[in-house]
Design a protein around this ligand. Structure first.
Ligand code: OGA
Ligand code: MN
Length: 196
């Protein structure tokens, strides 16, 4: 587990983002996908917005995904397992990098075909608490042509990342990035690690 954590941290330090495959094993991946789909069928999801508090807006021109915020108190078994692993990662970050993370928030996201999220940063203009972004992919399979790649901009021309099942991407929340139009239903579990 610590090796995986180290890979994410080293990647972020060396090239602006960390990436590991198989963050979840096949069983965890299946379980989380099922739990996402259960919430989705129950209509627990809503159209995602941008901005915070008085800045909050739902803007289909900027992003067209739908999200469901995970709730620790209501977590099912695999969501609880997910939280435990994230807690371990946060502890590791605080111990080894003095990251000062005090809080975290996570949502499932569904991009229906045609959905995207234009260039943005995750840190709000009126709330600087988001330090790190964590994105993981739950789609059953991804093939070239399916679209929905994540493009990160640690360099001008951008780095395109395939949203492969079980893959995790980790970067600072002030890094510019975007999600290209997805041609298939795209499932993810995304979150932020925050300071006070
Ligand atoms: C986000 C985001 C990236 C992705 O939700 O803020 O940028 O690949 N997600 O899903
Ligand atoms: Mn983002």
């Amino acid at each position: 587990m610590y090796e995986t954590f180290e890979n994410l941290i080293q990647g972020l330090l060396e090239k602006g983002f960390g990436s590991v495959d198989n963050w979840y094993n096949a069983e965890e991946l299946d379980c989380l996908r099922k739990s996402l789909m259960t919430h989705y069928r129950q209509d627990d999801f809503h159209a995602a917005g941008i901005g915070k508090l008085e800045n909050f807006r739902k803007v289909g021109k900027v992003r067209s995904d739908q999200v469901y915020w995970l709730d620790r108190a209501e977590a099912d078994d695999c969501e609880r397992q997910f939280f435990e692993k994230m807690d371990a990662f946060i502890l590791y970050l605080n111990r080894t990098c003095f990251a000062g993370i005090r809080d975290a928030e996570f949502h499932f996201a569904v991009y229906e075909p045609g959905s995207f999220y234009k260039k943005h940063v995750d840190k709000f203009q009126n709330d600087g608490r988001r330090l790190f972004s964590f994105v993981s992919y739950l789609t059953e399979k991804w093939e070239a042509g399916d679209g929905g790649e994540l493009v990160l901009y640690p360099v001008e021309e951008g780095m395109k990342i395939e949203p492969l099942p079980g893959r995790v991407i980790f970067f600072r929340s002030d890094l510019l990035h975007e999600v290209l139009v997805s041609n298939v239903q795209r499932l993810s579990l995304t979150g932020w690690m925050k300071t006070f």
